[in-house]
Design a protein. Structure first.
Lengths: 92, 271
């Protein structure tokens, strides 16, 4: 990881790249070709939303593809007031 | 049998017609016979960019409907005698195109020319599908800008679904032509990077055409930029693209910019 990147303001070109990548990941999944990121994003969100209320505008999904390692990063902002949903445990 | 190449993009105004004219002229300059077909029925412009607007007598629709023979409708370029143009109709609309009619014209063209270049209308409608239907290869013109990249992605999907080749289970060769590229804005981080676009669309790069005033000047004068300003950066980019289309291996450079950026891209890609 490049340390300088931590201090550098994000460039418009980087914002554009991230936006278009996420958008296309979604659109490609809608138009048929299977897409891992969109599927993962939706399912992970579903799981989180099951326990904590999540505002869908406060979700940030990023995919970094490298030669040997790719990372999927999902930032979900939780409101301070967020309380876990009541989870009903079933005693068998 | 000639090769059919569609120049397409989805988005309008990215340089399809300019690129068709420039590539057509560059290919014809190598001595090959080239037919350029304008598929933008109702909004034709290739005739204007080629400076042939006053020589149009018959058009694609006339040929399809049997009112003229193909040879009567083809306009020979005044500068290059192996370069021909088949204009679109300006007074009709896209419904005048028929599947059988287009197939027949394309068959006759491929029998007589080394290259048939189809200039696609913008959008993903009927006209764009007709333009790509018989293509062996596609040049997807993209500006380094998110809306253009998004539309290109859509067109690539269409190429894989709607072309005859794809329907038969073959691959349509697809190449990316990045136009209106501004090195200064890319370096300052204001413009999508070439390697990002390549990664997102994942089709091979044909060429990068720098933003240049020569392109507007050429269309004002009614001449392909490759003929009008042969020493300009866009002309060099299109010439390189034509050589690659002919199977030559040409080192990727952005004309004028001396390898710097491409060194970076390929350095990274090789890693």
């Amino acid at each position: 990881m490049n340390l300088f990147r931590l201090f550098k303001r994000e460039q418009p070109s980087d914002v554009a790249r991230d936006r278009i990548q996420i958008l296309l990941a979604h659109e490609r999944s809608v138009t048929g070709s299977s897409n891992l990121i969109a599927l993962l994003r939706d399912e992970i969100l579903l799981v989180v939303a099951k326990y904590i209320p999540v505002d869908l505008d406060q979700v940030d999904v990023n995919m970094d593809r490298g030669a040997s390692l790719s990372t999927l990063q999902i930032d979900i902002q939780l409101p301070i007031s967020a309380k876990p949903r009541q989870v009903v445990h079933c005693d068998a | 049998m000639g090769q059919v190449m569609v120049v397409t993009s989805g988005k309008g105004g990215v340089g399809k017609t300019t690129s068709t004219a420039a590539l057509g002229a560059a290919l014809a300059q190598t001595g090959q016979t080239v037919a350029m077909v304008d598929f933008d029925v109702g909004l034709r412009n290739l005739d204007l960019v080629m400076g042939a607007e006053r020589r149009v007598v018959f058009d694609l629709i006339n040929v399809i409907q049997g009112q003229a023979k193909l040879a009567q409708a083809m306009i020979r370029d005044k500068r290059l005698d192996t370069l021909f143009l088949l204009p679109a109709s300006q007074t009709r609309d896209k419904d005048a195109l028929t599947e059988d009619g287009v197939a027949k014209v394309m068959k006759e063209l491929t029998a007589n020319f080394d290259w048939v270049i189809c200039d696609s209308p913008a959008g993903i409608g009927k006209g764009a599908v007709f333009a790509m239907q018989h293509a062996d290869l596609a040049v997807v013109v993209t500006n380094p800008e998110i809306s253009s990249v998004r539309d290109s992605d859509r067109i690539i999907g269409l190429l894989d679904a709607k072309t005859e080749k794809a329907k038969k289970g073959h691959d349509v060769e697809k190449y990316l032509l990045i136009s209106r590229y501004d090195e200064n804005r890319a370096t300052s981080g204001d413009m999508l990077q070439i390697d990002d676009i390549l990664e997102i669309l994942s089709i091979p790069l044909l060429s990068v055409v720098p933003e240049s005033q020569e392109v507007l000047r050429a269309s004002n004068l009614g001449s392909p930029v490759t003929l009008c300003s042969p020493n300009s950066a866009p002309a060099a980019a299109y010439r390189d693209a034509a050589r690659r289309l002919n199977g030559e291996v040409v080192a990727l450079t952005i004309p004028k910019e001396k390898n710097r950026l491409f060194g970076r891209i390929f350095g990274r890609r090789a890693a």
